[in-house]
Design a protein around this ligand. Sequence first.
Ligand code: PEP
Ligand code: MN
Length: 347
Amino acid sequence: MIIIMEPKATEAEIQKVVTSMEAKGFKIILNKGDVMTVIAAIGDKRMVDPASIASLEGVRDVKLVQEPYKLASREGQEEDTVIEFPNGVKIGGLEKPVLMVGPCSVEKDIDGLLQVAYAAKEMGVPFLRGGAFKPRTSPYEFQGLEEQALKYLATAREKTGLLIVTEVMDTYDVPLVEDYADVVQIGARNMQNFKLLKAVGKCDKPVLLKRGPAASIREFLLAAEHIMCNGNEKVILCERGIKGFDSTFTRNTLDLAAVPVIKKYSHLPIVVDPSHACGRRYLIEPMSKAALMTGANGLLIEVHHDPDNASSDGAQSLNIEQFKKVAKNLNRLIGRIDYDNRNGKNE
Ligand code: PEP
Ligand code: MN
C-alpha cells in the first residue's frame, strides 16, 4: 500500500500513520521528498481497509499495490484453474470453450425441456441450464417450480447425460439444490449475498457466480473470494452485463473487456451470458462470437422450445432451430480459435 501525505502534513501526522501501519504488521519505507512524504507499507495484510488509512489526518491518497482478493488472484495462483467434471468435461484455461444452454425457467411441460436437452446434446453442448428457483423483479411473475423443476432437470440428465446448472437463491435451499445440480448458480442479484456465498463455499459442487448488475470487477472477484475462502475453489465467473444508461435496445451493457481483465488478474474460468446482457435473441450470436474472441471459457445462452410462450425471458431465448444454427456457427468458430493467444496473462 502506498500512502501519499499532504504537502502540509506535520511530522506528528506522518508518525501517526507510520505507527498505525507498523502496529498492523507492515514494514515501512519512508520517502521524504522536498514537498511531500510518501509512505510505502509493505506486507500481505489485505484485511486493512484503505479508507480507514485515507481518513487519517494529513493523508492525501492511498493506493493499493496488491489486489484485496488472494485466492482468486493470479498472484496467488499463476496457472489457470481448470474444473473437471466426473464425465471428463473441462472448463477453464486453454480448454475448448463450452456452452451452457437451456430455458430461463424450467416449466411444467417437461417435454419442452427434453427437446432442448436433446438438441443441446446433438450440438455437442455439455451443460443444460434451467431455473428452478427464479429471482424475478416483480413478485407477480413466475417464480419457478422449485423441487419439481429440479426433478425434471435430473430426468433430462438421466436421458441425455448433460450436466445440470441451476440457481440457488437461499442458504436454506443449498443442500437441496446441491443434491440435484452439477453446477450451482448464484444469480446476479445475489452476488453480494454473503451468507449465500459462504453457504456455497461449503458445498462440493462448482459454483457459477454471475456478476452483479452494478458490481465492479474488484467486487466481483471479492465475491468469488468469499466462496473460495470458505473452502470451495471451483468457481466459474459469469459476465452477464451491467447497468448502462441506455436500455432502449439492450437490456444491459455487456462488458466484454471484463473477460481479458479478469484473465489478467485471476486464474478463474469466466463465461459470458449474452442472453441476460442483451435481452434480445438477435444479439446472441454476434455477442457470443465477440465473447469467444475475448477469451471467454464458455457461453451461457437461453434456449426455449417455444420462446413466444416462455414463462420468463422469451425475448432473449433462441428457439431450437435458431439454437442449432447458432451452435453450428459457434462450434465452427471454436474450432478455429488460436488457443496460444487466448490466455490473457501473456501481456
Ligand atoms: C438467470 O440466469 O436466469 C438470471 C436470472 O440471470 P441473472 O442473475 O444474470 O439476472
Ligand atoms: Mn433468464
